[in-house]
Design a protein around this ligand. Sequence first.
Ligand code: PDD
Length: 287
Amino acid sequence: MSRIVYVNGQYLPEAEATVSIFDRGFLMADGVYEVTSVLGGKLLDFAGHQVRLARSLKELDIEAPCSDDELLEIHRELVARNDLTDGMIYLQVTRGNPGDRDFAFPDPATIKPTLVLFTQSKPGMADSPVAKTGIKVISIEDIRWGRRDIKTVQLLYPSMGKMMAKKAGADDAWMVEDGHVTEGTSNNAYIVKGGRIITRQLSNDILHGITRAAVLRFAKEAQMVVEERPFTIEEAKQADEAFFTSASAFVMPVVEIDGASLGNGTPGPVAKRLREIYLEESRKTAI
Ligand code: PDD
């Protein structure tokens, strides 16, 4: 069955969906995105993704392409039309197609944003086998721009980071700036030491993860101690355990950093517990 995708007001088979070669998303990476997980046909943390999308658009002076209600309606329609049980919905908004290449932004009164959404089916994604064994990360320098709080489609360096990890026999990379870990290529990074969960505080240096917000809330509700501060790779290598969070991986245990095994080299109890709590609680509030 061909996937049905959404482009600027239309639901189309993926092969018929097109965007102009002059679209600023294509020419300038002038766009933002969101990834929302779907479990059991329902959207996880939808309100959080909606709020962050609105913020990303505002920071870049891109008009909202539709209302919040319409956005929810499109997500639900895509879930229904593609019979999606478990997976993700990818959403992208760009500054649109000015009909030519120009560095200056087009007039928003005449050039409307481009809105694209599509589904990615991942049956059984909540039972991912890698979550049971944990993953390996390497550290790389963070050379991205200074507004990582905006979820832009400028993903070349994160893609290069994943390739560097792959080449080194690892699964992902944690990025380091001024000696401290910022975040993973597509996730927020955490270590656990003496029962304390340590993760970098929010700023323009990292994406304000929707999963991060939920996981920290659940951790505090479960009386776990959370310390929001930067940490180094050396500190991470000495940690009892480590993990990362993202909408697509939920809570993912990390068992090796730059070749050093953490704990006994298997997922730690805090990461495992937080994964369970996150999945359980976010399923309850899924819409
Ligand atoms: N990535 N940090 C970065 C750089 C990210 O790209 C992401 C998400 C996160 C976690 O944010 P959230 O919990 O809201 O998913 C942190 C998505 C999943 C992606 O690019 O596919």
